[in-house]
Design a protein around this ligand. Structure first.
Ligand code: CMP
Length: 140
């Protein structure tokens, strides 16, 4: 399987509860390497650009408000099959559906406040990584 990179975001509900380290441990235990990471506070407009694919959805405004409500940790995870592996580690979008042991099963509060985001495909991973990181920040 190919080595991939994927964009991960630890969301405001998780940073508010000081869960960055526990969530990072889940990634590392699964064999994902955190090759870039920074804590930032998004504006609502910046969150809106990131989630533009969802702009027609009824939850878009609420999602952007939430993502701008407190700091997030944006990170690049690297590993074999990292995109699918990260989605396995995160669990289903709705924590009620997330498998036991996944990040969302253990930590997420609701479908909206679900602790983490992860890219869903190689094309989106490339766009999402480039939104937050320059090539110089990706040290492998
Ligand atoms: P994420 O993986 O970051 O991608 C889009 C986000 O929209 C998703 O996680 C959820 O946080 C949010 N989302 C999806 N469905 C709903 C919903 N029904 N209500 C509120 N937020 C949602």
């Amino acid at each position: 399987m190919a080595v991939e990179r994927t964009l991960s975001i630890i969301k405001p509900d998780a940073t508010n509860r000081n869960l960055t380290g526990k969530i990072n441990a889940k990634f590392e235990e699964a064999g994902l390497r955190i090759v870039a990471q920074k804590r930032i506070h998004l504006t609502k407009a910046q969150a809106g650009v990131f989630y533009a694919v969802h702009k027609e959805r009824p939850f878009y405004d609420e999602l952007c408000e939430f993502m701008a409500s407190a700091p997030v940790v944006v990170q690049v995870l690297e590993g074999e099959g990292a995109i699918a592996k990260n989605r396995d580690v995160m669990g289903a979008t709705n924590p009620a559906d997330a498998a036991p042991g996944t990040i969302r099963a253990e930590f997420a509060e609701s479908v909206g406040e679900n602790s983490v985001h992860g890219s869903d495909a190689p094309e989106t991973a490339a766009v999402e990584i480039a939104y937050f990181f320059s090539g110089l920040e990706l040290v492998g």
